[in-house]
Design a protein around this ligand. Structure first.
Ligand SMILES: Nc1ncnc2c1ncn2[C@@H]1O[C@H](COP(=O)(O)OP(=O)(O)O)[C@@H](O)[C@H]1O
Ligand code: SF4
Ligand SMILES: [Mg+2]
Length: 356
């Protein structure tokens, strides 16, 4: 192993912590001499398993990543690669058959995995908020949307009761919902999909979180609404200095809106780089196939046909160290050895023995 290599499960995150924050993300290089700042979110070596009828599925296998204050990080990967499970684990809302078997996650100094549910729920929604795909399902169908925003304010802020309605209307105004005073009284079924997503974003942002996790926030919305929602998140992030994690299967969307992009495959983080660098020089064979398979600008992973094979069955007991190896045309004997995360410079990290 050369000096630029480190085991994925231990020093990968530390190396990645040297990637600059948003203010500096477009600098040409990452100066290795720059001391690593303390990231806002710092996840190391996260392992999550699910007990299933056919065995134990090792759904996350040593994922490490960090996010700096004010930065926008994109997480991309095929459906089933573990993107949502990663964030549900951080928020402590995994399903009952899941188990976090090892790893650590610090959010602004707070120990996300080692805290009680009461401590975690006070951070969740206040400093760390998440919006999901399918906002209509996430909203309470029998409660007016304004009241749902008030519920968040009551739970997480010291807003006096007499000021709640005005703050909820303000929150709707900030997400550019037309006629917010009237919409305050609406039920979710009276709103369009785009308006429901705006309400979800208003709820998520009501407490001015330091980090917004947006998991496929525009999937299912029409193209114009998608663009408006993404512009809205970007504007509020800029105004508040809020960090954003955009989870998406849409590489084009991630390229357009993110400072850095992390690529996941079958429960592994396989590559991470500044967005422009990743598009210009993909190093992991999986990323290269993703990028090569459709023209730039129309990079929906759903539309991909040329990444050969499928994600492996994660309940297999004979999964190879590189879970892409059975789909890869660059295999070397070394690929059967332990995974490595190489720092190739330019803030670019790749977990591969034979990068492109
Ligand atoms: N409750 C569960 N029980 C068993 N497997 C699960 C459960 N939830 C998720 N998984 C599995 O975890 C893997 C990752 O899922 P997910 O994080 O939702 O993928 P992504 O968000 O990248 O599309 C998938 O193989 C999925 O089938
Ligand atoms: S480690 Fe080997 S098998 Fe895995 S992606 Fe790299 S070249 Fe392919
Ligand atoms: Mg998902």
């Amino acid at each position: 192993m050369n000096a630029a290599q480190s085991p994925v499960t231990s020093e990968g995150a530390a190396a990645a912590a040297m990637v600059p924050s948003r203010q500096h993300a477009h600098r040409a290089t990452t100066d290795p001499a720059t001391p690593a700042r303390v990231p806002l979110l710092d996840v190391r070596d996260l392992h999550v398993q699910f007990q299933t009828r056919t065995g134990v599925a090792r759904v996350l296998d040593g994922v490490s990543l960090h996010v700096d204050r004010g930065e926008t990080l994109g997480i991309v990967g095929e459906s089933g690669s573990g993107k949502s499970v990663f964030f549900l684990a951080l928020l402590g809302i995994l399903e009952a058959n899941a188990r976090i078997t090892s790893g650590s996650a610090r959010f602004g100094g707070f120990d996300l995995l080692g805290s009680s549910e009461a401590e975690r729920s006070s951070v969740r929604g206040r400093e760390l908020a998440m919006v999901f795909q399918n906002p209509r399902a996430a909203l309470n169908p029998i409660r007016r949307v304004g009241q749902q925003i008030e519920d968040v304010l009551l739970r997480h802020t010291a807003t006096p009761r007499h000021a709640l309605q005005a703050r909820a209307v303000d929150a709707l105004r900030r997400v550019q919902i037309a006629d917010p005073e009237a919409r305050y009284h609406a039920y979710p079924f009276e709103l369009s999909g785009g308006q429901c997503q705006r309400v979800m974003i208003a709820m998520a942002l009501a407490c001015e979180p330091a980090l917004l996790i947006a998991d496929e926030p525009t999937t299912g919305l029409d193209v114009t609404t998608q663009a408006a929602i993404m512009a809205l998140i970007a504007r509020i992030a800029r105004e508040n200095g809020m960090a954003t994690i955009l989870v998406t299967h849409d590489l084009g969307l991630a390229g357009e809106h993110c400072d850095r992009i992390a690529v996941m495959h079958a429960g592994h983080l396989v590559e991470m780089a500044p967005a422009a660098e990743l598009f210009a020089r993909p190093r992991h064979p999986y990323t290269a196939r993703l990028l090569a398979s459709t023209p730039y600008g129309a990079l929906s992973i759903d539309a991909l046909t040329s990444v050969p094979g499928q994600l492996p069955d994660l309940t297999r007991t004979d999964l190879p160290p590189c879970r892409f190896s059975e789909r890869c045309d660059r295999v070397l004997p070394a690929c059967a050895g332990p995974r490595v995360m190489q720092d190739t410079g330019e803030g670019h990290h790749v977990a591969c023995h034979n990068p492109c």
